[in-house]
Design a protein around this ligand. Structure first.
Ligand SMILES: *Cc1c(COP(=O)(O)O)cnc(C)c1O
Length: 426
């Protein structure tokens, strides 16, 4: 029996007619745990991490997994055990890191709207760095740190104003965007940080966007950030670490992002040429570590032929797979039992939620029958972590596969779980 590996998904393959993730047959998992069901490959996640680690051999780099991509405790444990720190964006994410045994000293805290309570929580935990996004935030962090008698290590997120050539909703490093401090204001902001009590300038950071599939925007960002480092250090403020953010894309639909090791070879060539190659670096990859490690299994509930469109109605919906509704994003959809039979039909694959925006894939050629399972691909990032209870749908279960072992790492939510914190009127 020959394996037919899905392009861009090294641990997902058809063996004969059945789709496998590592050593597990996906139809068996769907039957055992029900659908919708997220299934992740441990080997895929560790392979993706290894590509970064190869790119960093002999360099001083801390990888901080951007956990908003997939914040399930088992996934965090896996990365913590592999030596990763975490890029967090809320106090809730910090609580998850601690629950998963992550090292708070390797945590960096990003985000434009940190509350005082979150700052206190992070100072108490002893996180590695606050990535500050505005002058107003700097003032508040200084006040909170002074009140608690602690010193907050800070990095300022600079907006390098480069176009990452990605979807506008996931591009973050352009002018006119809510993230970061404008290039022109950077030096003044560092001078303010150096003068304020309770703060210690630790580094500089940027993050230009997400699902980036070209090298050029990164090279531009590196240049612009190094220009700033030079300017800030010339003003007498040492920068201990340089953080280039995350954003490397994955193959959703024939996309061809650079491999992490190849990308970093190019970035280090530039860093070396400019004399910065031996600095302490940080990076914050999210999607590229987990995106193509996961699938979401779903059952075909009904086939509904129409005059203009045929609909394939499945039991996963926009609350489980929010990216198509949010960004018109593409996810591959393949049968769990293949290869496709002779008579394929073109369907819009949609969920049961009462919204026209509840679609998972449009105009897909599929040979399916009611009751069959489909695998929605590239569901490891920004799916489970973005899931909601809309339409009072419980969140789906999650399974982590390691070779021929499969472990349930999140139970399916029941209806009672979705209203557990609510109160009836007297
Ligand atoms: C979302 C985010 C990341 C991770 O982005 P990916 O595209 O998932 O790699 C990294 N840093 C910051 C500040 C982010 O907001």
């Amino acid at each position: 029996m020959t394996d037919s590996v899905l392009p861009g998904h090294p641990h997902i393959a058809y063996r004969g007619e059945d789709l496998y993730i590592e050593g597990q047959r996906l139809s068996d998992l769907a039957q055992a745990h029900g659908t919708p069901l997220y299934v992740y490959s441990k080997a895929s996640m560790l392979d993706a991490l290894a590509a970064y680690q190869r790119g960093f051999a002999g360099r001083k780099v801390q990888i901080c997994y951007a956990m908003k991509a997939n914040s399930s405790l088992a996934v965090l444990q896996l990365f913590a055990r592999a030596g990763c720190g975490f890029d967090i964006v809320s106090g809730g994410e910090l609580a998850r890191v601690l629950a998963a045994g992550g090292d708070p000293a390797k945590v960096i805290f990003s985000g434009v709207g940190k509350t005082r309570a979150e700052m206190r929580q992070a100072l108490d935990a002893g996180i590695g760095c606050f990535n500050v996004e505005s002058e107003a935030e700097l003032e508040v962090l200084s006040a909170v740190a002074s009140q608690t008698g602690k010193t907050a290590p800070v990095s300022i997120r600079v907006n390098p104003n480069v176009d990452p050539k990605t979807h506008p909703y996931i591009s973050t490093g352009l002018k006119g965007n809510k993230f970061g401090v404008a290039h022109e204001r950077t030096l003044a902001t560092y001078q303010r940080a150096a003068a304020l009590p309770g703060l210690r300038v630790a580094g500089i950071d940027c993050h230009i966007g997400s699902q980036i599939t070209e090298v050029a925007p990164y090279l531009d960002a590196v240049d612009r950030v190094l220009d700033l480092v030079q300017e800030i250090e010339a003003a007498g403020i040492p920068i201990h670490h340089i953080d280039f953010g995350g954003g490397l894309g994955i193959n959703y639909n024939g996309d061809t992002p650079p491999a992490a090791d190849a990308l970093w070879a190019q970035l280090f060539a530039k860093l070396d040429a400019r004399g910065y190659g031996d600095r302490q670096f940080m990076i914050e990859p999210g999607r590229s570590l987990v995106g193509n490690a996961g699938v979401c299994l779903t059952e075909v509930l009904y086939l509904k032929p129409g005059e203009q469109k045929n609909f394939c109605i499945v039991d996963a919906a926009m609350n489980d797979l929010p990216r198509p509704a949010m960004y018109q994003a593409f996810h591959g959809i393949v049968p769990v039992r293949g290869p496709a039979a002779a008579s394929a039909t073109t369907y819009d694959v949609v969920g049961p939620v009462c919204e026209s925006g509840d679609w998972i894939g449009r105009d897909r050629s599929l040979a399916v029958q009611q009751g069959q399972y489909l695998a929605v691909l590239s569901a490891g990032a920004y799916c489970a972590s973005m899931a909601s209870n809309y339409n009072t749908r419980g969140r789906a279960a999650e399974v982590l596969v390691d070779g021929d072992q499969a472990r349930l790492v999140r139970e399916r939510e029941g209806a009672a779980d979705t209203f557990r914190t609510e109160k009836l009127l007297p």
